[in-house]
Design a protein. Structure first.
Length: 355
């Protein structure tokens, strides 16, 4: 430990001039270089605190009109970093313990004043170390805040760029094209929205790692209905999702899976005149997240499998995303279809993709 060589300013709270001079003499003998002030009232103590010209306080316990504990409380209320050494000739062990718990750095009996120079040196070293640590912590906190702002700006720019791409695709849809081309464009728009929404949420939130699964699902299901151009009055989309926050590297594939399942349901599951329902649920069991997308449509073909690409490119994408989440899934065909998948919630680091 290296203590700065600047001259220290010592405040002595003592009503007896000869006792104060004795303290100064003891410290001078040990080659301490300091300026000192002798005061005997709380008003004078406050004046020096206000001037911010105090590096160390040595205080007698018994003083006219107040005691050392009152002075200690005043100093620590003003600045807990100012070192405070209390001198006494008649306190017991319990009183000494109480004084230390209230913030005093050292308690020295007047009969052991030979300890004072060593106590002063130790206390000044400790305080300087704490100040350096505080300064370092403040710089790290400032750097962290700057990094968070930068990350939010990155998410904002990514979201904006994806919105530009979506806008260009929307313009493309306005040109005379075949139904198959527009279907491909809609499929791309849904996938882009899944990613863009995650970045939008990360930009808006102070937490730049985690997002609300419920909010993500609500947005994606509404957007999917709108982009496909179906009569939304005939569709009833119910989302019941517990309060679950996902790491961005799990939220993106999870959002894309849900978008794909809802999109496929709207495109292929329904026929006839009845009111269509899509029910999305999400819950957390310990560290496992369980999500289900169910509809009251015509069900999936017998032997349907995402791994085999039974539903075309969309099924292959969902299968790949399941692998990215390390998720298990099962399919139920009963008055419609229900696809349930589950995965372990993890704080996944970095950027992962199986595409």
């Amino acid at each position: 430990m290296v203590m700065t060589n600047t001259k220290k300013k010592l405040l002595i709270i003592e009503d007896t001039q000869t006792d104060a001079e004795l303290l100064v003499h003891r410290l001078r003998q040990n080659k301490f270089d300091f300026e000192y002030y002798i005061v005997e009232s709380l008003r004078q103590v406050q004046e020096h605190l206000d001037k911010q010209d105090v590096d160390l306080i040595i205080c007698d316990f018994n003083l006219p009109g107040f005691d050392g504990i009152e002075a200690l409380k005043m100093v620590k209320k003003y600045d807990r970093m100012i070192p405070f050494i209390l001198l006494s000739g008649c306190i017991n062990q319990q009183q000494e313990t109480d004084i230390l718990e209230q913030g005093a750095n050292e308690v020295i009996m007047k009969s052991h004043l030979n300890r004072l120079p060593f106590a002063v040196k130790r206390v000044l070293y400790e305080v300087e170390d704490r100040k350096n640590l505080k300064e370092t912590s403040e710089k790290l906190e400032e750097s962290l805040q700057q990094m968070q702002v930068l990350l939010q700006e990155v998410h904002h720019r990514v979201k904006n760029n994806l919105q530009i791409i979506s806008g260009l695709l929307e313009l493309r849809k306005m040109e005379p094209e075949s139904e198959s081309v527009n279907s491909i464009i809609n499929d791309l728009l849904v996938k882009i929205r899944s990613i863009a929404k995650v970045h939008e949420m990360l930009y808006k939130n102070m937490d730049v790692k985690n997002i609300s699964l419920g909010e993500l699902i609500e947005d994606l299901s509404t957007y999917t209905l709108r982009i496909t151009g179906v009569d939304q009055t005939r569709y009833n989309v119910n989302a019941k999702v517990e309060s679950i926050d996902l790491n961005v590297n799990q939220a993106v594939p999870c959002g894309m899976i849900i978008s794909e399942l809802v999109h496929n349901a709207v495109q292929h599951a329904f026929n006839g005149e009845k009111e269509y329902e899509i029910n999305i649920t999400g819950r957390q069991q310990d560290e496992k997240v369980v999500i289900s997308v169910a509809d009251n449509g015509c069900g999936l073909p017998d032997g349907f499998s995402f791994e085999k690409g039974s539903g075309g490119m969309g099924s292959t994408i969902v299968s790949t995303l399941f692998k990215q989440l390390d998720a298990d899934y099962h399919i139920q065909n009963d008055q419609g279809s229900a696809i349930t998948f589950e995965f372990i919630k993890k704080d996944t680091k970095g950027i992962h993709s199986n595409f």
